[in-house]
Design a protein around this ligand. Sequence first.
Ligand code: CA
Ligand code: CA
Ligand code: CA
Ligand code: CA
Length: 419
Amino acid sequence: MPKTASSLLLYILIASQLQKSLTSDSSATLSTESSESQCGGYCFTALKPILDHIAANQQRWNACDATNQQCEAKLERIESQLVVLQEKVSAIEAVKTPEGNLVVIPKAKKLENFVQIGSRFFYIEQHHRVNWFAATNICRQMGGHLASPSSEKEWSAIKERLTRGRNYWLGISDLATEGLYLSQATGNMASYLSWSSGEPNNHNNKENCVELRSDSDFLMNDIECTYKTYFICEAANESIKMIKVVPLLLCMLIAVCLQGSSSSDSVSGNAGRLDRVESQVAVLQAQQEGGSDNFWNIGSKFFYIEENQKVNWHSALNICRELGGHLADPDSQQELNSIKQRLTRGRHYWLGISDLANEGLFLSQDTGKRATFLKWIYGEPNNYGSYEHCVELKSQKDRPFLMNDAPCGLKSYFICERE
Ligand SMILES: [Ca+2]
Ligand SMILES: [Ca+2]
Ligand SMILES: [Ca+2]
Ligand SMILES: [Ca+2]
C-alpha cells in the first residue's frame, strides 16, 4: 500500500475512534478516560499532557481568528513533519507484547529471528562468527546493541535459546578500565554479571570482552576481543521511544482537527490550536534526538545540537526549555570551538542571544544580561533592513563559524545548553 494511502487509513481509523469519544462527550472537551481506550494505552500515556494542555487552552483558542486555508496549510506542514518521522521509523517495526507493551524490533531481520524475553527483544546470531567489535557493529546496524542481560531471569531465559557447543558475545567489556565491566549499550556498569568459576581472569593480561561459554552452562568468561564467535543483540530503547511518537502525533492531529470541525461556527479556532500542535511536534522531534544521552559536555555544561529540523528563534527557545535547558550562549572561545567542531558547514544555528529589547544591546536569553562573549562575522551585527534581532552561528564558505544577527522569524537549526 502506498505510504499516503496507508497514512490516510490510519488517520481515518484514529479519527473515527476519536469521533466516537468526542460525540459521546457533550462538553466537547477531550475526555481523557475515553481517549485512553480509543487511542491505545501507549499513545494515551504520552498524549495525556498534551490533551490536558489543549483542554486548558480551549477557550483562548476558540477566540482565535484564522481562515480555513491557513489551517490547511499548517496541516500540510504538520503532515510533512510526520512523514519525516515515519521515514525514521520505517527502519524499525513495533509489535505489542501480551501485556500490551510496545516493543521494537529492527526491520532488517525477520520477526521469527527475535526472541521475546519479558519486555525486551533479542536476536541470536547462529550462523556467523565474528570478533567482538564486528558483533557490536552488526547489532548497531540492526538498530540495537550487543546484548547485556539485565537480570538472572533474563540471562537464564536467553540461555535456553542458545546452542550447546557454541559461545556467544555479550555487550560487556572492561576495555576502558581493567576489571571494570561496562555495558556497551549504556556505558554504565553491566547490570548483571554471572561469572564462570575462576573468571574473569584477564588471562595473559589480554582478556577484555565478555562471552557466554557453552562449557560452563553459559556462565560468563572474559576472553580476547578478537576471538570470533556467535553473538546476541538486544533491541534499543531509543527505537522504542521513536516508534511511540508517530501514532501519538496522528492522535494529536486528528484530535485537534475534530475539535475544530465539531463546533459549527468555526474552523476559526484552529489556527491557535495548530500553532500549538505544530510547536509540540517540533518539541517531540527534538526530544527524539535530544534525550539526555545526546547532550555532550564541555566542562560543567551540556550542549545539544538540533540538526533535524529548522525552526524560528522563538520556537528554538521553547524547544530548548522543553529539553530542560535554554538556547545556548557560549561564553568562552573554548566552548565556541568545541561547539563549532560539531556543526555542519553551510547551516545556520540559533543561539540564545538577541537585541529584541534594545536595538544594538545583545542580551543572553538565559541570564537577561548583556551577552559576555560575542564573536561577530566581519561587518556584523548590521541589523540589516532594521529587523535583525536574533543571533545565529553561521560559516561563510571555508570561514569558521561566527555570529551574525538575523531576522528572528527565519527558520534555522539550533543549539541548546544545559547546566
Ligand atoms: Ca580484562
Ligand atoms: Ca577468561
Ligand atoms: Ca537588531
Ligand atoms: Ca546581520
